[in-house]
Write a protein that binds this ligand. Structure first.
Ligand SMILES: C[S@@+](CC[C@H](N)C(=O)[O-])C[C@H]1O[C@@H](n2cnc3c(N)ncnc32)[C@H](O)[C@@H]1O
Length: 463
């Protein structure tokens, strides 16, 4: 593999006598990883259910090395949102952000959602995850991944950090910044990144990173926690950015990484330039690609207020209960869940369920792709439930289900959008909307009539 001369020189300076061991890793294959969606299934239950050959990634509770040849991205369990495919080192940043139920969490550079999906899972449907990416096209992939995971307590935006700050200054309990970077740690996995490094390099990204952390520092509550991560080795992009952040208003200090085992035992190397608590992940010390992770706190823990989420533009608006459409009420008779009426919003016939922390929050003018859980649409006097709602629900949340097992050839036909004969799976008189489930996990909607299942799997997701 061809690596830029300047990069190699800098790595020699960084690694000293470890340089050769590091360089040799480019002749070895990389590692594939799978992270279990713990809102849907426990890691133990997933291992029992799936036939995948997997070994735990020691710095996570739900990450695994994928060892066989299975095409896990084309397995129906993927369509059921049971896991995310992620390189093992990339699992570290989200694992290092301590999430508590009810938290207001921001993933500032979130697309396509590798870390955001884990943060959403750890919120267990409470609080809110604001998942942002400056790129609108990448934010669309982020939204899809969050909805596939069944996350409903979300706000997906495509904004600059500066504009987010006009709405959410001092609002977040936890922030994750997986910063755009020169990608030095990914050259083995994605050799095309070498070209980008030659065009831009660490100085270009260091400027962007300083801009991003400046706004993130304002977005975080006093006492709040922030994870800063990159997939690069460059101290200019890592320690220099941290030292810049430490000097910002509010005062930031580094904390030890809250891992299941001390970082040193896992083979993580300490950060440099006064940032020893940070973790440098090198492919010659761990089974994974290069990464950098640090956990910081703004001010001290005593400063950590409850925060009232005051906005800096046009005040707040009181939440009032919406008169719910008849079509929704008729559909919801089959739903075994109920929600506070104040949480519903109807825009152009589309019905949404807002996360609690957003009820009094002004988001007018914000560029967003999704506010909360999209429930579905009122169409020709009927309610059409959304794919996002199917993924959000558990099997037991809806009256009618069609239950298929993974060995049933109808599973793939359903995912392809075909009409199915399901007479053997239901009682003869069953009629209307039903949740199509795979081994107990919803895949999407169907409509039953006379033993036939009309396929309502979202056309944009069909296989
Ligand atoms: C390393 S990637 C994020 C990967 C993501 N966290 C994941 O785990 O899937 C960095 C992201 O930052 C976004 N980005 C670049 N500049 C940004 C900025 N100023 N504000 C917010 N996002 C930005 C890029 O579009 C890119 O998607």
């Amino acid at each position: 593999m061809r690596l830029p001369e300047i990069f190699l020189r800098e790595m020699k300076e960084l690694l000293g006598e470890e340089y050769d061991a590091w360089l040799n890793t480019y002749d070895a294959p990389g590692y594939r990883g799978l992270r279990v969606n713990t809102t849907k299934i426990s890691p133990k239950a997933f291992r029992e259910l799936s036939a995948f050959s997997m070994e735990p990634v020691p710095w996570t509770g739900n990450g695994f090395y994928l060892e066989g040849e299975e095409r896990a991205s084309r397995h129906p369990y993927y369509a059921a949102g049971l896991y995310y495919l992620q390189e093992p080192s990339a699992m570290t940043p989200a694992a290092c952000l301590p999430i508590e139920e009810g938290d207001r969490v921001l993933d500032l550079c979130a697309a396509p959602g590798g870390k955001a999906t884990e943060l959403a899972a750890r919120l267990h449907g409470t609080g809110v995850l604001v998942a942002n990416d400056i790129s609108n096209s990448r934010a669309k992939a982020l939204l899809k991944n969050l909805e596939l995971f069944g996350a409903g307590n979300i706000l997906v935006t495509s904004e600059t950090p500066e504009r987010l700050c006009r709405y959410f200054e001092g609002w977040f309990d936890k922030i994750l910044i997986d910063a755009p970077c020169s990608g030095e740690g990914m050259f083995r996995k994605e050799p095309v990144m070498v070209k980008d490094w030659e065009e831009h390099g660490p100085s270009y990204y260091a400027t962007i990173q300083k801009e991003i952390v400046t706004w993130a520092a304002k977005l975080l509550k006093p006492g709040g926690l922030l994870v800063y991560s990159t997939c690069t080795f460059s101290p200019q992009e890592n320690e220099e950015t941290l030292n810049y952040l430490k000097g910002l208003e509010g005062g930031f200090r580094l904390l030890p990484l809250p891992l299941p085992v001390p970082a040193a035992k896992l083979g993580f190397q300490p950060g440099k330039q006064g940032c020893a608590e940070a973790g440098r992940l090198y492919p010659h010390h761990i089974h994974g690609e290069g990464h950098f992770v640090a956990l910081l706190q703004k001010g001290s823990a005593e400063n950590r207020g409850t925060g009232d989420g005051k906005t800096s533009v046009s005040g707040t608006r009181a939440s009032k209960a919406l008169k719910l459409p008849e079509e929704w009420l008729a559909f919801a008779k089959d739903l075994k869940l109920s929600w506070d009426p104040a949480r519903f919003r109807l825009y152009d016939g589309r019905l949404y369920l807002l996360p609690d922390p957003l009820l009094n929050q002004n988001i007018r003018g914000l560029r967003f792709l999704r506010t909360g859980l999209y429930l579905g649409e009122v169409k020709q006097k009927r309610f059409e439930p959304s794919q996002a709602l199917a993924m959000f629900l558990r099997r037991e949340d809806f009256t009618r289900t069609v239950d298929l097992t993974v060995s049933d050839e109808r599973v793939l036909r359903y995912l392809k959008g075909e009409t199915l004969d399901v007479e053997d799976r239901i009682s003869a008189k069953e009629k209307g909307w039903c949740l199509v489930c795979l081994d107990g996990f919803p895949l999407g909607w169907g409509k039953l009539a006379g033993g036939t299942l009309k396929n309502k799997y979202y056309p944009g997701w069909r296989w």
